[in-house]
Design a protein. Structure first.
Lengths: 255, 287, 353
C-alpha cells in the first residue's frame, strides 16, 4: 500500500529522516515509535506531502507521490490527524466535519453565487458523510454541541472523524492518545481497530507502549532519523538494538 | 564624489536609526512572536517625552533622553502586562489586532493632548563640520555614534549578562527555555522594556533633524518591519544589517532616482524580495 | 426561558431579515433630517467594504491590512474614468469592481505565499505603496489635490442620485446584495473551506484543500467588495483624495468587524452601524475616535473576541444543545427502566457495557 524507499529529509545540515525504507501493508495497523526528536513527525509530514523529501521515493498504491502537494495526496486517499487537535471551536461538532468531504466535491464560486443544484446536492452529500463519520466514532449524540464545550477525548474522536470524512485509504494518526487517560486510551484503541475492520489502513505515531504493543501489526522504530528496527510487536520487544536505544530506558515510564 | 559621500553619510544616519527601531521590534518578535504594530507609536511617544522634558520643563538633551527611555520602557512593559500577556495563547490574529489597537490609542491620545502640528525638537549640537568638502552636521555624527554605541552596549548585555543570555535563549527556543526554568514573564517584560528604551533613544536622536508629530512613527514602523523581514524576524544582526541596507538604499535611491518616491523604495524592495523568496533574505533553512 | 427562546429564534429567522429590510426601507421617513439619512447611507457603503474584509479575514483568517487601499482603488478607478476619461457612471462602476478584482488577484498571488505575520506586514506595505502612488502620481491621480466633481450614479432619467434619499436606497440595494452573496458564500462549502484555512493551513491542506487557490479566491472576493464600496463612496461623496487609502480606514474597518463579530454573517453590518452611530452621537469624538476604538479593540480581543453577533450565536448554539440533550434525556428516561435512568445515555455509561 505505502512503499517508501531511501527516504531522507535534511534541514540545513541536519538529517531529520535519513535513508528510511519501509513497506506498509493494506488493512493493517502500522506503528512508528522512537524517542523524542527521532524524526517521527517529520516522517509523517513527508508521507502526507506537507514537506518535500530531500531524497528517496514514496509510493502509494503503486503511484509515485514523492514531492506531490499535500492537498493532492489527500485527494488520492491519505488523511491525517495532528498532535494537537485543530478544530473550529466556535461552531458545532457536526459543522466542523462537513468540510471533510469537500475534496470529493466539484462546486465552484459560480455554483455558490447562484446556489446551483450541484452545490445543494454536494452539500447534502457532505452533511450525510459528516453524520456517518460522527456516528462511526460514536459521537452522534454530541453533533450539535459547540466544539469548545466537548472533552479532550471527544475532540480526538472528532479529529478522527474529520480525517475519515475525506474517504481515505490510509490514515496517519499523530499521537492519537496523547493527553488522554488510560481508560479512554483503551476505547480509542478499539476505535482504531474498528477503522481497520472497515477497510482503512492505519499508520500511527504513539508513545504509549502498552497501547502500541497490543494494537499494532507492525512496528517501525526510528532513532535519530534512521530506521533501527521493524517487525511485529514481539520481535520489537526482543530486539536488542531497540532495547538499547529506546525501550530499555523508557519502558518503565511508559507502562 | 562629494555628493556621493554625502549620501553615504545620509544612508548611515538613516540606517542607524532604522536599525535601532528594528532591533526593538525584532527582540519582541523573537521572544513573543508578536509583530508589534504599536512599536512606531511607542517611538513617537518617546519623541514627545523628550520634547516636553526639554521644551516645557527645560532640562537638557541628555536628561530628556534618559527620561524618555525610562518612560517609554515603562509604557512598553505596561502594554506587555495588560495586553500581550493575556493574549499569549490566543489565535495569532488577535495579538496583531491588539497591537493595532494600542497604536491607534497612543496616536490619538498624543494628538488630543498636544495637537497634530509639527514640532521641531531643539538640540544643543547645532555645529556643522566641514571636512574635505563634506558638510557634516554634529547631530548626524551624534546619531551615528549614539546608535552604534547603543547597539554595542546591547550586544554586550545579551552576550555577557545572565539576563541577556536568557533573552537570547528564549528567542531561540521558547519551549526549551520553559524546560530549563526561565521565568518567561520576567524575560518578556525585560524585552519590552529594552525595546521601548531603544525606540525612545532612537526618537530622541533622530527628532532634531526631523519633526515631531503624532503620526511620525507610521512610516518608520513599516520600514522597521521591512527591515526585520529582510534580516530574518527575530535576528539581531539581521536588524542592524537590514537597517543599513534600507538606509543606504533610501539615501541613494532618493538622490539618484526620485525624492518623491524615496519612501516607496523600501517597500518595493520588500515586495520584490518576498516575491522571489517568501521566507526573507537571511533566514536559514530551518523552519 | 420560553420568551428568550422565542426572541432568539425570531432573530435567526427569515422573518427577521424581512423586518430588517423593511426597517431600512422606512428609515428615511423616520429620520429626523437629511443628515441622518446621509450618515446611514455612508454606513451602508462602509458595511459593504467590511463584508469584503470579513471574507478574507473573518472566514479565511488572513489579516489583510491593505483593505482600505482597495477601497480607494475602487474610488479612484471610478473617479479617473468618469472625470478624466468621460466614461458614464455605470460602466466606470463595473470597471472599478473589475479593477479591484484584477489588482486583488495580482497582489493576492504574491502576498498569499506568505503566512500569518508576514502576510499582515506585507499587505500593510502594499497598502502604503498604493497610498503613496495616489499621493505622488499626479498625472494620473491629481496628487494631493484629489479628484473633484465626480458624477453621481446615473439615474436613467428616473431618479436623481445626487439627492440623499435616492442614494440611500441605492446603497441599501447594494448592501442587501452584498449580504446576500456573503451569506451564500459563508453558508456554503466554499465558506467552510475558507474556515478550514482559518483554523490552520496544515489542517486544510490535509483535507485536500488547495490553499493558494482558495486564499486567492477569498482575497479577490474581498478586494472586489472593497472596490465596489469605494466606487459607491466616490459617487456619493463626489470628491476623493489620497486620504481614502489611509491605513486608518483599514483600522476603522477592523474595529467594525471585531465589534460586530469576526467571521459571522451579520457582524459586519452590526459593527459598522453601532460604531458609526456611536461616533455620530459623540460629535466631538470623530477626530479622536481612536482613543476609544484602540482600547475597545484590545478589550474585545482579550475578553470577547467573538463580538456581538458571534457571542449571540454561540450563546444560542449552547442553549439549543442543552435543550436537545434535555429532550433526549427525557425520551430516554421514558423508555428505559428507572434505575438506569437519565445517566444511561451519558457517555460514561459505556464503561458498564
Amino acid at each position: 500500500m505505502l512503499k517508501i524507499e531511501n527516504l531522507t529529509k535534511r534541514f540545513g545540515g541536519l538529517a531529520a529522516v535519513s535513508n528510511v525504507s519501509v513497506d506498509f501493508e493494506a488493512g493493517k495497523i502500522n506503528a512508528i515509535i522512537g524517542p523524542n526528536g527521532a524524526g517521527k513527525s517529520t516522517f509523517f509530514n513527508l508521507v502526507a506531502g506537507a514537506i518535500a523529501p530531500t531524497e528517496g521515493r514514496i509510493q502509494f498504491q503503486g503511484m509515485d507521490i514523492t514531492g506531490m502537494a499535500c492537498d493532492r495526496i489527500a485527494r488520492l486517499g491519505i488523511a491525517r490527524t495532528f498532535q494537537s487537535t485543530m478544530l473550529f471551536e466556535e461552531s458545532t461538532v457536526l459543522d466542523n466535519l462537513i468540510v471533510g468531504h469537500r475534496l470529493r466535491t466539484q462546486s465552484r464560486l459560480w455554483d455558490v453565487l447562484i446556489n446551483s443544484k450541484r452545490l445543494r446536492d454536494e452539500e447534502k452529500k457532505c452533511r450525510a458523510r459528516a453524520e456517518d463519520v460522527l456516528d462511526f466514532v460514536g459521537l452522534s449524540h454530541i453533533g450539535h454541541r459547540l466544539t469548545a464545550d466537548i472533552s479532550q477525548e471527544e475532540k480526538k474522536r472528532v479529529a478522527f472523524a474529520l480525517a475519515l470524512a475525506t474517504d481515505p485509504e490510509l490514515v496517519l494518526l499523530d499521537e492519537p492518545a496523547g493527553g488522554i487517560n488510560p481508560e479512554e486510551t483503551i476505547k480509542l484503541a478499539a476505535l482504531i481497530r474498528k477503522m481497520v475492520d472497515h477497510g482503512v489502513t492505519v499508520c500511527l505515531i504513539e508513545h504509549k507502549m502498552d497501547m502500541i504493543m497490543s494494537l499494532a501489526h507492525k512496528i517501525m522504530v526510528l532513532d535519530h532519523g534512521e530506521k533501527i528496527a521493524e517487525g511485529t510487536p514481539d520481535q520489537i520487544k526482543q530486539n536488542p538494538v531497540v532495547i538499547e536505544a529506546y525501550l530499555g530506558s523508557d519502558d518503565d515510564a511508559a507502562a | 564624489m562629494d555628493l556621493f559621500f554625502q549620501q553615504v553619510l545620509n544612508g548611515l544616519t538613516l540606517g542607524s536609526i532604522y536599525g535601532l527601531v528594528a532591533l526593538g521590534l525584532t527582540l519582541v518578535y523573537g521572544i513573543l512572536h508578536v509583530p508589534n504594530f504599536a512599536h512606531g507609536a511607542i517611538y513617537m511617544v518617546g519623541a514627545y517625552v523628550s520634547y516636553l522634558t526639554m521644551v516645557d520643563l527645560g532640562y537638557n538633551y541628555w536628561v530628556a533622553m534618559a527620561c524618555a527611555a525610562a518612560a517609554v520602557a515603562a509604557l512598553s512593559v505596561l502594554c506587555e502586562r495588560l495586553v500581550f500577556n493575556p493574549l499569549r495563547d490566543a489565535p495569532p490574529i488577535h495579538d496583531k489586532i491588539a497591537a493595532i489597537g494600542i497604536m491607534m490609542f497612543l496616536e490619538a491620545a498624543v494628538q488630543m493632548q498636544w495637537g497634530a502640528e509639527f514640532r521641531r525638537m531643539p538640540t544643543p549640537y547645532t555645529d556643522i563640520f566641514n571636512i574635505a568638502g563634506l558638510t557634516i552636521p554634529a547631530q548626524r555624527v551624534l546619531i551615528i555614534m549614539g546608535a552604534f554605541s547603543l547597539m554595542a552596549v546591547l550586544h554586550l548585555f545579551l552576550k555577557k549578562t545572565m539576563t541577556g543570555a536568557t533573552i537570547v535563549a528564549m528567542a531561540q527556543n521558547r519551549e526549551g527555555a520553559f524546560l530549563v526554568g526561565i521565568d518567561a514573564n520576567r524575560v518578556a517584560m525585560m524585552t519590552f522594556a529594552i525595546s521601548g528604551a531603544l525606540a525612545a533613544v532612537g526618537a530622541t536622536l533622530f527628532a532634531p533633524i526631523n519633526l515631531v508629530y503624532p503620526s511620525m512613527g507610521h512610516l518608520l514602523i513599516m520600514k522597521a518591519f521591512v527591515i526585520i523581514i529582510l534580516g530574518g524576524m527575530g535576528s539581531i544582526p539581521g536588524a542592524i544589517v537590514g537597517g543599513l541596507i534600507i538606509g543606504f538604499t533610501e539615501a541613494f535611491g532618493g538622490f539618484y532616482i526620485s525624492t518623491d518616491y524615496k519612501d516607496i523604495i523600501a517597500f518595493a524592495l520588500l515586495v520584490v524580495i518576498l516575491s522571489v523568496k517568501p521566507t526573507g533574505l537571511f533566514t536559514k533553512g530551518v523552519r | 426561558m420560553g420568551a428568550l427562546q422565542k426572541v432568539s429564534g425570531f432573530i435567526m429567522s427569515p422573518a427577521m431579515k424581512m423586518l430588517l429590510i423593511l426597517l431600512a426601507v422606512l428609515f428615511p421617513l423616520a429620520a429626523g433630517n437629511e443628515y441622518q439619512i446621509y450618515v446611514m447611507a455612508l454606513a451602508f457603503v462602509w458595511a459593504i467594504a467590511v463584508y469584503g474584509m470579513n471574507i478574507v479575514t473573518g472566514l479565511c483568517g488572513q489579516l489583510n491590512l491593505a483593505h482600505g487601499a482597495f477601497f480607494a482603488i475602487g474610488a479612484y478607478t471610478l473617479a479617473i474614468l468618469t472625470v478624466d476619461n468621460g466614461w458614464p457612471f455605470w460602466p466606470a462602476f463595473v470597471a472599478a469592481g473589475a479593477m479591484g478584482a484584477l489588482l486583488g488577484f495580482l497582489v493576492g498571488v504574491v502576498s498569499l505565499r506568505l503566512k500569518e505575520h508576514h502576510f499582515a506586514i506585507f499587505t500593510l506595505c502594499v497598502g502604503f505603496i498604493i497610498y503613496l502612488l495616489m499621493d505622488k502620481w499626479e498625472s494620473l491621480t491629481h496628487g494631493t489635490l484629489g479628484i473633484i466633481n465626480i458624477p453621481a450614479p446615473h439615474g436613467f432619467g428616473l431618479v436623481d442620485f445626487t439627492e440623499t434619499t435616492p442614494f440611500y436606497y441605492l446603497a441599501l440595494v447594494f448592501l442587501v446584495l452584498s449580504v446576500f452573496f456573503a451569506s451564500r458564500i459563508s453558508h456554503s462549502l466554499l465558506g467552510r473551506t475558507f474556515l478550514a484555512i482559518r483554523i490552520s493551513d496544515d489542517l486544510a491542506a490535509s483535507l485536500g484543500i488547495n490553499l493558494m487557490r482558495n486564499k486567492v479566491l477569498a482575497f479577490v472576493l474581498s478586494t472586489t467588495y472593497a472596490a465596489v464600496a469605494g466606487a459607491l463612496y466616490a459617487g456619493m461623496v463626489r470628491f476623493i483624495g489620497p486620504a481614502e487609502a489611509d491605513v486608518a480606514h483599514t483600522f476603522d474597518m477592523i474595529t467594525y468587524l471585531l465589534v460586530g463579530g469576526i467571521g459571522t454573517l451579520m457582524g459586519p453590518l452590526v459593527g459598522t452601524l453601532v460604531i458609526t452611530w456611536l461616533t455620530q452621537s459623540l460629535q466631538s469624538l470623530e477626530e479622536y475616535r481612536m482613543i476609544v476604538f484602540g482600547p475597545l479593540l484590545v478589550l474585545l480581543v482579550i475578553f470577547s473576541p467573538r463580538g456581538v453577533v458571534g457571542s449571540f450565536t454561540a450563546w444560542r448554539a449552547r442553549r439549543r444543545a442543552a435543550a436537545r440533550e434535555q429532550q433526549a434525556r427525557q425520551t430516554a428516561s421514558e423508555k428505559v427502566p428507572p434505575q438506569a435512568g437519565a445517566s444511561s445515555i451519558k457517555k460514561g455509561a459505556g464503561n458498564h457495557a
